[in-house]
Design a protein around this ligand. Structure first.
Ligand SMILES: Nc1ncnc2c1ncn2[C@@H]1O[C@H](COP(=O)(O)OP(=O)(O)OP(=O)(O)O)[C@@H](O)[C@H]1O
Ligand SMILES: [Mg+2]
Length: 429
C-alpha cells in the first residue's frame, strides 16, 4: 500500500513496510514538484524532468507563433481538481477532463513509485485538504458545501482510478501528519499545515500510543495565493495594468483588469484557452497609449510563449528567500518589450501578506474552538508545509502559543503519517 501526499506544489509517496512506512525516492529524491509537461505523441513527464523538458522545448519551439499547439506545461493540477467549475482543457485537439489530467500526473507518480518499491501496488491512502469546497464562489447556484465536497471527492476517486489504483482511501492532510507523530508527542497537539494550495489545521489528543482527532479546519490559502498577491501588488503593472485605452470618442479608459490579471493566475492560465485573450490584447495594443504599448506586447508574448512557470518561479524564489533574508528581487525580461527587477523587502512582503496572516489565525482559532480547547490547553503546535516557514506566520503562532511552536518535517510529515492514519481508523472511502 502507498501513502500519497498529492500536494499543490509537491508530491511525496510512502510505502507500507513492516509495521510502519517508508518514504520512497521517486527518482530525484522524495519530493517531486507537482508539475507536468505534455508534448504531442510523448508520454508526459513530471517533477524535475518536466521542468527540464519545458526548458528544452522553449528553445526547440522558440520561433513558433503559438506554442500552445506544440507543448503544454501544467502546475498545481490539484487546484484544478478541486475547482468544480473547471471541467477540463483541450490539449492538441482532444478534451482532457480535470480528473484525467490529475490522473495522468498520478499515473506517472505511480509508475515511479512502483519502480522504487520494486513491485506494482494498486492500493493507496491519499491525503486531501480538510475542506474541499473552500472557494466561496463555488457554493451557491443551488449547491451546498456538502454537494461540492462530494463532487470533489468523486473527482479525486476518478483521478486515482485513472492512475491505476483500485483501492483508495482518503485522510485529511493534517490528520495524517498528527497520526505520524504518535510516537513522538503526547497531549493536545495542533498541526498547522500551510502548503502551496491550502492551510489545514487539526487538533488531536495523542497519548498511550493512540490518537483522537478533536477537530479540523481549512481554507484555500497557501503559497500560490501569496504569490498571486505579490504579482498583483508588484508585477502586473509591468504588463500594463495601470495603462489607459483610448476610446472612439477620444477619452481614456482604464485597462481592463481581467486582462492583466492573467499574470497573477498561475494555475489557471496554463489550463485556459488563451486564444480569445490574445485576440483582445492585440486589439488593446492598437488603442493603447504609446507609453503602454510595450507592456501589452510583453503580455501578448508572455501568453504566446507559455511563460507562466518562469514568472511564477521568479516570484516563488523571491518569496522563499524572504523567509531567511530581509530583501530579495524578482527579475523578469521579455526583450524587446519589457524587463524589470522588482526589489522586495521582507517588510514589504509582510504588508502584502498581512490580511492572509489574519485569515490563518482565524483558521487556527476555529479549529481550537471546535475542539473545545483554549490556547493554554495545547501542548505543542507543529508547523508543516513549506509556507509554514514564512516568519510572519511563525510569529502569529508564537504569539498565540508562546514557547510551544515547533517545526515538523516540513515536506514529508503528511506522507509519513498517511498509512498510520489509515491503521488508526482515520481514513474514509
Ligand atoms: N522557506 C520557505 N518560505 C516560504 N515559503 C516556502 C518556503 N519553502 C517552500 N515554500 C512554499 O511552500 C509551498 C510548498 O509547500 P508544500 O510542498 O508543503 O505544499 P503542498 O503540500 O504541495 O501544497 P498543499 O498541501 O497546500 O496542496 C510553496 O508555495 C512554496 O512557495
Ligand atoms: Mg501539503
Amino acid at each position: 500500500m502507498y501513502g500519497i501526499d498529492f500536494g499543490t506544489s509537491n508530491t511525496v509517496v510512502t510505502v507500507r513496510e513492516g509495521g510502519g512506512s517508508r518514504i520512497l525516492d521517486l527518482g530525484s529524491g522524495a519530493v517531486v514538484p507537482s508539475l507536468m509537461y505534455f508534448e504531442r505523441d510523448r508520454r508526459p513527464s513530471i517533477g524535475d524532468e518536466a521542468i527540464a523538458d519545458y526548458t528544452e522545448a522553449r528553445g526547440r519551439f522558440g520561433g513558433k507563433a503559438n506554442l500552445y499547439n506544440s507543448y503544454r506545461f501544467f502546475q498545481a493540477l490539484k487546484l484544478a481538481l478541486k475547482d468544480t467549475s473547471f471541467k477540463g482543457t483541450t490539449i492538441f485537439g482532444g478534451f482532457w477532463p480535470a480528473e484525467s489530467l490529475a490522473g495522468l500526473y498520478l499515473r506517472e507518480v505511480k509508475r515511479r513509485a512502483d519502480r522504487a518499491a520494486g513491485t506494482e501496488c494498486r492500493s493507496a491512502v491519499v491525503g486531501r485538504p480538510v475542506v474541499l469546497s473552500g472557494k466561496a464562489g463555488l457554493v451557491g447556484a443551488g449547491r451546498s458545501a456538502l454537494d461540492v465536497e462530494d463532487a470533489v471527492v468523486e473527482r479525486y476517486r476518478k483521478a486515482c482510478a485513472f492512475a491505476g489504483f483500485e483501492e483508495v482511501r482518503f485522510v485529511p492532510e493534517p490528520v495524517a501528519a498528527a497520526a505520524g507523530m504518535v510516537s513522538e508527542i503526547s497531549g493536545t497537539v495542533l498541526v498547522f499545515d500551510f502548503g502551496g494550495g491550502t492551510l489545514d489545521v487539526a487538533v488531536a489528543r495523542i497519548g498511550d500510543g493512540g490518537i483522537e482527532i478533536l477537530s479540523s479546519s481549512g481554507r484555500d490559502l497557501g503559497g500560490y495565493l501569496l504569490n498571486e498577491d505579490v504579482s498583483r501588488a508588484r508585477i502586473i503593472r509591468h504588463f500594463g495594468s495601470e495603462g489607459k485605452i483610448r476610446t472612439m470618442k477620444g477619452t481614456y479608459l482604464d485597462m481592463p483588469r481581467w486582462i492583466t490579471d492573467q499574470v497573477a493566475s498561475f494555475y489557471a492560465l496554463p489550463l485556459s484557452d488563451v486564444a480569445a485573450t490574445r485576440r483582445v490584447i492585440k486589439e488593446l495594443i492598437y488603442d493603447a497609449r504609446p507609453i503602454d504599448k510595450p507592456s501589452l506586447r510583453g503580455l501578448a508574448e508572455f501568453l504566446d510563449r507559455n511563460l507562466t512557470f518562469d514568472l511564477f518561479g521568479a516570484i516563488d524564489d523571491a518569496k522563499i528567500a524572504l523567509s531567511s533574508g530581509l530583501e530579495s528581487e524578482i527579475a523578469f525580461a521579455l526583450p524587446p518589450h519589457l524587463s524589470f527587477r522588482e526589489r522586495i523587502s521582507r517588510t514589504e512582503f509582510e504588508a502584502i501578506a498581512k490580511p492572509r496572516v489574519g485569515e490563518a489565525r482565524a483558521v487556527v482559532m476555529e479549529a481550537l474552538h471546535s475542539a473545545g480547547k483554549e490556547p493554554g490547553d495545547v501542548a505543542a503546535v507543529v508547523r508543516v508545509g513549506g509556507s509554514s516557514r514564512i516568519p510572519a506566520f511563525v510569529a502569529m503562532l508564537e504569539e498565540s502559543f508562546p514557547g510551544k511552536v515547533r517545526e515538523g518535517q516540513v515536506f514529508t510529515s503528511i506522507a509519513s503519517g498517511l498509512i498510520a492514519a489509515r491503521d488508526s481508523g482515520l481514513s474514509a472511502a
